[in-house]
Structure formats: C-alpha cells, structure tokens
Design a protein around this ligand. Sequence first.
Ligand code: SUG
Length: 445
Amino acid sequence: MTTREFNFDGIVGPTHNYSGLSYGNVASTLQKNAPSNPRAAALQGLEKMRRVSTLGIGQAVLPPLRRPCLTFLRRVGMEGNDRQIIERAAATDPVLLAAAFSASNMWTANVATVSPSADCDDGRLHLTVANLTSNLHRSLESASTFRIMQFVFADERHFVVHPPLPAAQAFSDEGAANHTRLANRIDGPGLECFVYGRSAMRAGAQLPHRFPARQTLEASQAIARLHQLAPARTVFVQQNPIAIDGGVFHNDVIAVGNQNTLLCHEQAFVDQAQTLDQLKQQFADECGGTLCVIQIATKSFSLDDAVKSYFFNSQLLSRADGHMTLICPIECKELDSARFCIETTLDGDNPIDQVEYFDLRQSMLNGGGPACLRLRVVLTDSQQQAVHDGILFSEDLYQRLVQWVNAHYRQRLLPDDLRDPRLVEEVDSAMMELTEILQLPQDLL
Ligand code: SUG
C-alpha cells in the first residue's frame, strides 16, 4: 500500500426527505414537500461507492446522524417526553421539526476540510469539522460530526481533528466543498485552494444580490492557520457572486480539481483569468510541473445548465494508470450541452479519458451530486492502518449495508410523515444495528 486518496461517503439516513430547507439551493427549493424515497437514496449512494472502490480509489463510509435531533428541539423550548417534543414541534413550527429530522450529513463534502500530512507543518493530517452555520438544519450536524471524526481519526500521532470554528457569521464554514487540493504527486506537497463567497470583515468585495454566500474568507484563513499550511502553498480565491446568484451555493457545483488538473466553468471565480494565472504560477513554483486547466466557456455551457446538470459536481478520480475518470450524475447524459462538454473534455489534451454515469437522483433533488456525497482524505500507508477499520468499504460491507437498508428504510416519506412516532422507532432500531455493522460505540450515533 502507498499514499492513496480515500473517499468517505455519507450513508444516506433513513429520514432523507425534501423539506426545502436550503435557500439558494435551487433543487432543494423546487423539490419542497415532494415525496422522497430514503431506501432508493441510500442504495444509489452505496452503488456509487462500490464502483469507485473498484477503480482502485480508497473508499470508506460515514454513518448518518441519529435523527431527530431532540437536544436541539429541547434547547428551543419544546418540552415533554420524546413523543411530546415531536408533537409540539409539529404543531408549533414544522420547519424546526424538519431541521431536527434532516439527513443532510449525507453530503460529506461539507462536513470538514482536510489537509493531507504532506501539506501540514507538523507532518500530521489536519481536519477541521465545518460549523455549517449558514443553514439551521446543517448547523445541527457539527457537534455529532466532531465526535465521529474524533473516533474515526483517533490516533494523535497521525491526525489532528479540530472542532468547528466559532458559530458566528464571520466564520461561516461549509467544509471541503469550497476547498480544492492540487498536487503534482499525491504524496508530495500540494497547493490548497480555498474558495470563499464573502468576507465578513473587509468592505468593498463584490457580493451576490439574490442568494447568500455561505463561506467566509475569515473561516478559510482560520482553517489554513489551524492546518499549519505554508502561505506559499495556500491560495484564497473569491467565488463569482453571479454564480452564487445562479444557484452555485458551493464552489464544487462549478469547479472540480484533482492532482494536476482543474476543471472549471468560465464564471467560477472573481477575476478569473488572473486567478487561474496565479494558480498555474504557484503550482509550478511550489509543486513542480504544469497545472492543466480545463475551462468551459459560458457560450457552450450556460451557468443554468451547469446547475441543472451538476457536471462540475462530478468526482474526478485518478486511476492507477495515471489517467482520470469522471463520475458524473446521470442528468449530464440527458442534457445536450453537458454531453457536449464531456465529449470535448474527453477529446482534449488533458488527463481525463473516461466517464461513468450514476443515478443519484434522490440526492440530486436536494442539490447534492456525486462530489457532494464524498469527503476526500489522502492517507499515507501508516495512516490507513490507523483509521477505524469498521468503516472501510469492502464487498462484504456493501452487502451488509444493502441488507440493512432494505430491512429498515421506508420507500416513501413526506415532510408531514416526520410527526409519525413510528418513524422514530424505525430510525432507532436501524441506528442500533448500524453501530454493530460499522463497529462503532453505541453512544456515538
Ligand atoms: O447544504 N441540501 C444541501 C446540499 C449540499 C450539497 N453539497 C455540496 N455542494 N457539496 C445543502 O444545501 C437540502 C435539505 C432539504 O431541503 O431538505 C440540503 O440541505
């Protein structure tokens, strides 16, 4: 074994539903109150993990969080026993109930930012759990995620797990969805590119008018300090506010990078030409070699189509032969302009020579494509041994999880069903069994 990229995918939770909770996320808003199929959602995610693991990429799973989050409902004044709390929340404020039930930690690209040990001054891998303060339902993830990450990456000789940044607007952080690591060699030092939507303290920056900018510059800078990154190998780039207003609520909806390749839309960044030149120069100076930038022009692929198809939310993976595969959502196959982009990318002079399509519609309808469902973690040989091994993907784990999903998950769920007391019982028994399958302590979930 050598240094490898692992993809930690979130197992979609049994309460996956469409409550329209994410303003600025077009799919989430359009899908509000439609029925979801949690079983199909979880199986679609597992299918993708299975395929990725056969491409030679490391694959691991992260568990769903126990829902509803009753501690939250109690903190906002819903009193009584568990059942009464749910009834009260349903009667007084169903949005709070939906937040408490959300399965949103399935999008693990948002749960943390990870810097591999080759980039960090102390030679350990650093991981900062995201506070996700931009949306109420997502902010409820961070405390539990922190405990899970501390358990999974427990060995302090190899890993440093930082708690979420202070839960203030100035430090609003959405994790790896706004962070790309570029490197010439996977085990060499990389260029860490942080993309922010706004600055909390600096006046004068261009801002979106319609939708909120979730990531702040101050959060990204704090993470770079915590991770002990060398300033020469760290870049802070502003996301184009026009893109945010067009529904690009995270940078990974408009750009994806892998090793020496960056694939992005023409409208991804502020001062794009200058930004890309700077990235190329720093890459050459700090990583050695040439950064291959594939820029897709607006005239052949509109911002709207990028958001509709989620082409840039594809996973870009290096295979053992040195070439790269794109794992695209099936929606890309169904849109002429996206297909055209894929064909020209495959034909171009760049490392990408293969594409595979996946049906992830259940997640896509809430604004989460292939790349949203995974957190990338580059692990050295000895770090791989140190990670909790109950979550490492194998054919056996896949089979057990499929069986578990089929036994416990509903095939239809409406936001209105969240008040059904039987749902809580179903989730509890599912989570109990999952802790056994993944060899996790019972009180972790
Ligand atoms: O934060 N959707 C998620 C989607 C996250 C996608 N992640 C990345 N781009 N990396 C979000 O907006 C919808 C929940 C609802 O409406 O029920 C939601 O949270």
